[in-house]
Structure formats: C-alpha cells, structure tokens
Design a protein. Sequence first.
Length: 199
Amino acid sequence: MSNPKPERRRGEALEAAILEAAWDALMEAGYAALTMEAVARRAGTSRPVLYRRWPNVAELTVAAMRHHLAANPLEIPDTGNLRDDVIGLMRHIVERRTRMGSLISVELSGFFRETNSSPAKLKTQIVSREQHVMEILLSRAIARGEIEDRVIRPRVISLPVDLLRNEMMMTLEPASDQSIAEITDEIFLPLVGYRGGRE
C-alpha cells in the first residue's frame, strides 16, 4: 500500500511555512548564504512559488523578519506603575531581540549594501508594535495620575527602546539590568514627567 501524498499547502499556510523556513535559514547561515533555492527546499516548495510572492532575497528577508516578530508579539506589562512597566517591557525586548540585534548589525551588512538601506530604514519596515505598547503604558500612567495628560511626541515615546536597541547593536550583547534602569530612571521618566502614583 502506497503512502498517502502530503496535503498540498496553499495560501496563508504555504506563505507562513516559507517565511518560517527563511527565518530559520537566516538564523543558521546569515544573509550572505540565504538563497531562494535553499528556502524553497527547506519549505518543501519550489523557487517559482517564492518568486511569485517576493522578487528577491532582500524582500523575502524583510517579510521573514516581520513574520517572526508578528508571531512572537511583545507582552504588555501591567505591574501597576509606569517605572516597572517600562523596565518589564525593556527586559522582554532584550530577551527577544538579542539574536536579531546581532543579525541586523553584522549579518545583514550585505542586505544594506544591496538595498541601499540602513538599520533605521529596516526598523521602520519590520517594527511598529513597540511604539504601540509604550503608548498603552503611558495611557495607563496618565489614568493613574503618574504623569500629566499631555501630548508626548513620538520621538520621546520611542526613545527608551531606541536607546536600548542602539546599545545592543553597538555591543552585540544583551543590555544589562543596570543599563535598562539608567535609561528608564535617568532619561525616560524625567522626560515624561513621571511623579509616581497619587496616594
């Protein structure tokens, strides 16, 4: 009796399998060794299937990174005060981004040359949730009376995560708890006018 043929994947299921295969290949061998053929083989499909969705390896790389981040979303801390929420968020980012930080700063140098891009431009393509999460934390802090209800500019909202990301990209190491506390206590909280909860 012959073995049944595996079910043919289509649509979103096939695309997810391809993007997961691309991410795994990127993590294992880096961007320089990433090829459409290798990803297709790993995903159990063909190169034409990939090319119908992504015209080149660079666009497949961006899609794979975006898919990975979407599949592993940031948790939204809810400790009851802004300081601990921000520190909890930053620690989670460190845990999730240590490997990606190394990938972006070192292994994607070929990607940046090919696409005339930069880490900052790539960030805008793949990252959006961090800003949204920080806005939620600030809204809760306003409701608790920890900060004034005023407009906080996007650059200030993104500052702690930007500083954290920059440190990890420069050192290629996870940011320490001391660094996270310094960014939070000495830079971010004073900028947003943190005064703690009201009695």
